[in-house]
Design a protein around this ligand. Sequence first.
Ligand SMILES: [Zn+2]
Length: 225
Amino acid sequence: MQLLFPTDCTSAEYLKGKLWLTVEPPACPFCKAPSGDCQQEPCGLVRHGFYDRVEPEGTRIRRFRCPSTGRTVSLLPAFLLSHRRGRVKSVEDTVAKVEGRQREQRERTGKRLAQFQLAEWLRPDIGLAGGLRWLRPRLQVVQFFLLCVRSLYPQQCPPSPEAGVCEFRVFFGTGRVLAELRRLAECELHRLPRPLGLGPFEQCAAALGEPFKHNSGLDPPARGP
Ligand SMILES: [Zn+2]
C-alpha cells in the first residue's frame, strides 16, 4: 500500500537530503480500527528497506512493515506520481502550458487547437503518435483529478465547472496546485485514481469510458531486504 509523505520539499531537496533515510513511520493503516472508535492502538510500523524510482535518478522510497499483519507500506513523497514515472509539478506545468496555448489561440482565431497539434507543438522530438501517447494521459489524469476534487470539495474550489489548472492556480495562489489538491483530498486519496490519487487507475478508465493505457513505464516496488 502507498501512503503520501506530505512534504513540501522539491525532488532535488529530497534527493540531496536523502530524506528517505530519516522519514518517520506514519500510523499503521492496517491496524487502525475500522469503526474509528475502538481502543486498538496502531502497531508501530517498522522500517523495511527501500525501492528505487526510475526517475528522478537516485530517488528512493522508504518502505515500512506492519509487524501484526506483515503487510508493507511505501511512503511516496508528495511531489511524485503514484506508480508512474515523473513528478506532479511537471505534469501540472504541461497542462498549464496547454491551457495557456489554447487561450492564446482562442483569442487570436476564435478556435481551439486539436490535440495532435498540441502534441506536435510540445513534443516535436518524438513524432505525432509518440507525442499523442505522451500528452493524452497527462491531460486526462489532471482533468479527471480536478473533476474528482471539485466534486468532493466544491466549496474549496473555483466556482466554474470549466476551471482548469490555470484557474485553480489563481484561486489557490500557488503554482503547485496539484500538490495543494492532494493535501486537500488527503483522506480520499485511496479512492482517487492514480497517478495523482493512490487508488487503482481502472477507476479512472471506467469514469472516462475509454481504455487508460499505463504506457509511460511502471515504477513498482521491489522487494525490500
Ligand atoms: Zn499494523
